[in-house]
Design a binder for this molecule. Structure first.
Ligand code: GLP
Length: 253
């Protein structure tokens, strides 16, 4: 096995967020000094909220500007418009974009409302737009308990591109509990997600995981041989990937 993932264990998620936000800020500032865009890959879920809080603090208290930032989010529920309070577009607006000086026209989230026969076209354009922006500099990831990254549920090959996926039962249950006021019937059954292949093209990847609920899947992703049955395990093939995790998520390593 050729696992190059760097594991960084932090006492708590706040300290992890502080360090990662500082790295993102340094990228944004370095690019701004060169008159260039910084391209961020962003994630949703409860995990990155602490990171977005710190980025907002850096904007409000330390003058970090997001004017030269272009962003691409990992995924979106299929069927939810961006105005729906459980859509990922809504999440990104309320958790980050509305609080910083980013130009929303440069923030990309897959469109969950395109008709079924246009999904393929929208996905191909998403991948093309990432390429046209110069590729993703830093991709932030969470991880689902099925081992999904974005919404790439197992089994998932390493070379998938942005595409539509059916959601796994465990994911639907987890997301109902966390986000859909526990109403399982309201969780969409499919989503549009960047593929694992798309994610692996990012120059740097930082996966975040907090709490003992993630300890088993973190172990599997890092220690088992890369396989379709754990999409996050494909990250072992990337040459600049960091798992930034708290002590509880690291408990089984
Ligand atoms: C959703 C998202 C994933 C995210 C996962 C984990 O399924 N599509 O990108 O990593 O949730 O969520 P949480 O961070 O709340 O544990």
């Amino acid at each position: 096995m050729n696992n190059k993932i760097v594991v960084k264990v932090y006492p708590d998620k706040e300290q992890a967020a502080k360090e990662i936000a500082a790295e993102i800020a340094a990228l944004i500032r370095a690019r701004a000094a060169e008159g260039r865009e910084a391209v961020l890959g962003l994630a949703t879920g409860s995990t990155p909220i602490v990171l977005y809080k710190e980025l907002i603090r850096l904007h409000k208290e330390e003058g970090l500007s997001f004017k030269n930032v272009t962003s691409f989010n990992l995924d979106e529920y299929y069927g939810l418009p961006g105005t729906h309070d459980q859509s990922y577009r809504y999440f990104m607006n309320t958790e980050l974009f509305d609080h910083v000086d980013i130009d929303k026209a440069k923030t990309h989230v897959p469109d969950g409302t395109v008709p079924a026969d246009k999904v393929g076209e929208m996905c191909a354009k998403y991948d093309a737009d990432i390429k046209a922006a110069g590729g993703i500099d830093i991709q932030i990831l969470g991880i689902g308990r099925t081992g999904h990254i974005g919404f790439n549920e197992p089994p998932c090959a390493a070379d998938t591109r942005t595409h539509q996926v059916k959601l796994n039962e465990l994911t639907i249950k987890d997301n109902a509990r966390l986000f859909f006021h526990d109403k399982i019937d309201e969780v969409p059954t499919s989503a549009v997600t960047m593929g694992v292949g798309t994610i692996l093209e990012s120059r740097k990847i930082i996966l975040l995981a907090w709490g003992d609920g993630k300890a088993d899947i973190v172990r599997k992703s890092l220690m088992d041989a890369p396989s379709e049955m754990c999409p996050a395990s494909w990250l072992q093939k990337h040459s600049d990937c960091v798992f930034a995790i708290d002590a509880a998520a690291a408990a089984r390593l």
